[in-house]
Write a protein that binds this ligand. Sequence first.
Ligand code: ADP
Ligand code: TYD
Length: 207
Amino acid sequence: MTAGGLFISFEGIDGSGKSTQVALLTDHLRSKGRDVVLTREPGGSPGAEEIRALVLQGDPDRWSAETEILLFTAARRDHLERVIWPALDAGKVVICDRFADSTRMYQGMSRGDLRATVDRLHSLMIGIEPDLTILIDMDPAQGLSRAKGRQGSEERFEDFGADLQEKMRSGFLGLAQEFAARFRVIDGNRAIADVATDIRDAVAPTV
Ligand code: ADP
Ligand code: TYD
């Protein structure tokens, strides 16, 4: 558990609106006087941002699934040590765009069943779960076209296409059942403001 502060993660397929909504929730909570640290994975600390470039740029087959688990977990460990733990210890709200549930899905499911390996490494090296996880559930076709519309250089998983997005969507919904106490599922197929209102309502009891 998180000492003092509050740890909120956002999850969902690429293009589901996470980055848009973390920014809106951060503004909202700051306007209510909360001290919020907005961060993201992979990345969030200088060392982890370097690892982000390694995993998200270049040839999608550059790393095996096992190597990817190690890289994402290494990035997360650095992010935890340098950003998340200090903020939580200081009583702040940490809002993180993706966290370990993304590794459970992308590295744990996309190329064979490696979930047990992801979980073992998580308990060994990370050992923390968010207090609250907002899952933005989204039609994969719409998510993919939104994500493609951004034209970035980080196309690692977007390149795997609609089948993977569909698998990830149902996988995330499965995680929401597995960790029902911390997950809140939000319908992302609506206007930005409507999604934001539901997220505020979901977070309100905890802040
Ligand atoms: P993610 O971080 O989950 O990949 P983004 O927040 O970057 O998603 O959103 C992807 C694209 O879709 C962006 O161009 C964003 O402006 C747009 N977008 C986000 N939410 C919505 C929404 N509810 N309706 C329409 N477009 C949206
Ligand atoms: P992100 O920048 O959140 O992409 P998007 O805004 O398109 O959702 O994440 C980049 C990619 O990294 C995304 O395709 C998911 C992937 N990813 C993993 O494979 N494992 C992880 O542990 C994390 C945090 C992200």
